[in-house]
Design a protein around this ligand. Sequence first.
Ligand code: ZN
Length: 201
Amino acid sequence: MSKRIAGPEIERLIQLLAKLPGLGPRSARRAALQLIKKKEQLMAPLAAAMGEAVEKVRVCSSCGNVDTVDPCTICSDPRRERGTLIVVEEVADLWALERAAALNVRYHVLGGTLSPLDGIGPDDLNIAGLISRVAEGGIVEVVLAVNATVEGQTTAHYITDQLSGLDVKVTRLAHGVPIGGELDYLDEGTLAAALRSRTVF
Ligand SMILES: [Zn+2]
């Protein structure tokens, strides 16, 4: 039987922290120790912030972004240009493009990519929502900012087909996105260049 070094509450904290991206069991232990050391300055406010986020986080019914308000802050921002819509796979991609700050527009989050092998079809993604947003009118250009992977490109082709009957220009990212690359891992300069040099799909 292995020796226990802490009570169940601390072991549980470490187990949960270890599920976060970038944290293995070892870093989770360090993070837990830091939280315990800074109980008042860090652990208590973090716990409060998480409790509040659990209560308030929701998915935007228009674009699929996550926020504490619906429609989300981006969708309800009157200063954003309404003629262009950037389609992304995940919320992380939306945040990455916002960091690049190349265009002041709105987004549409698909929630993944088409992947027949994994049983993910069009109905599993937020594609119908995209088509109806475009069909409502007012959108001149749809930028397909999907990953340069087989699944990403398959999804881009599918969406282009679905949009073909509608009066909208469909473009995609050009230079800068490496083959097999994921948007969330690119630097802002590369992302901004890719957005600026987008081409017709
Ligand atoms: Zn939104």
